[in-house]
Design a protein around this ligand. Structure first.
Ligand SMILES: Nc1ncnc2c1ncn2[C@@H]1O[C@H](COP(=O)(O)OP(=O)(O)O)[C@@H](O)[C@H]1O
Ligand SMILES: [Mg+2]
Length: 267
């Protein structure tokens, strides 16, 4: 069974179509790049896949459950158990420590009634959160608040928070867009490495061609429509022409690589 699957997923706001009939399927342990220029609908798609937003039509099946047909509470519960999310802008709680930030998903899970029989003690949760921070290289920063950490360190905390409950699926929306080149490369490697170690499916929005090439699959969003590169180099040139990805679009993607601006399209 795919970890996540969509059927003819569409999203419109008013008269404007943002996503048009997206059908895709991600299997366990796949690492997939989602690319497309600014405004092509990448964040909108991630929001639908994570059940943060509802489609105008079509279906999203997360681990065999119909996200599109569930109540907001049921979606939140399924998301807590199954999904980790890494944002470009980190989105950490500013006033509490790195450890508290990483504890949060575990505490939320412990509070959902369905999980009461598997609840960890507070001490066990703290140990798990501290171990996760150790794995992202922040064992020496457990009690620092985000404002005292560098951008790269903050994103490491965000990655620890996204992975601490061992989700089957991790979404990363331009996770290195706010970081300098060297830090971005380190963070990308970390995400790949941890998702491999944990057997997690990873769907990452990126403008970085090298990073996209590192993924087993590349999904391109072009004006709300999805086209896939199955990674066969022999097909690459032809695929690119079919995808209408022009040199200009490529250049604009490259220009946004590693820029240090906030995501103007973030919801
Ligand atoms: N709630 C909304 N209402 C109207 N337009 C929206 C809304 N959310 C996103 N959009 C528009 O949809 C398009 C896709 O947005 P987005 O998914 O953020 O693109 P990307 O992440 O690829 O840059 C953009 O043109 C954006 O302005
Ligand atoms: Mg976006």
């Amino acid at each position: 069974m795919p970890v996540i699957q969509t059927r003819q997923l569409s999203k419109s706001v008013g008269e404007t179509s943002l996503l048009n009939q997206i059908t895709l399927s991600l299997e366990a342990r796949e690492q997939v790049a989602l690319v497309g220029r600014s405004g092509s609908g990448k964040s909108t798609l991630l929001g639908l896949l994570a059940g943060l937003d509802l489609p105008s039509s079509g279906e999203v099946w997360l681990e065999g459950q119909p996200l599109h047909a569930l109540s907001e509470n049921a979606r939140a519960l399924l998301r807590r158990e199954t999904v980790g999310f890494v944002f470009q802008s980190f989105q950490l709680l500013p006033s509490v420590s790195a450890l508290q930030n990483v504890l949060l998903p575990l505490m939320l899970l412990a509070n959902s009634s369905e999980r009461r029989n598997t609840v960890l003690t507070r001490t066990a949760m703290e140990t798990q959160a501290a171990e996760m921070l150790d794995r992202v290289g922040l064992a020496h920063r457990l009690h620092h608040s985000p404002s005292t950490l560098s951008g790269g360190e903050q994103q490491r905390v965000a990655i620890a928070r996204a992975l601490v409950h061992q989700p089957r699926l991790v979404f990363a929306d331009e996770p290195t867009g706010n970081l300098d080149g060297k830090t971005a490369a380190d963070i990308e490697s970390l995400l790949f490495q941890l998702s491999e170690q944990q057997g997690t499916t990873l769907l990452m929005v990126t403008h970085d061609r090298h990073l996209a090439a590192r993924c087993q699959r590349q999904l391109h969003l072009v004006d709300g429509e999805l086209v896939e590169n199955h990674g066969n180099p022999a097909n690459k040139d032809r695929n690119q022409r079919e995808r209408h990805i022009t040199d200009e679009q490529e250049a604009s993607s490259q220009a946004t690589l590693h820029r240090s601006l906030p995501d103007e399209t973030a919801a």
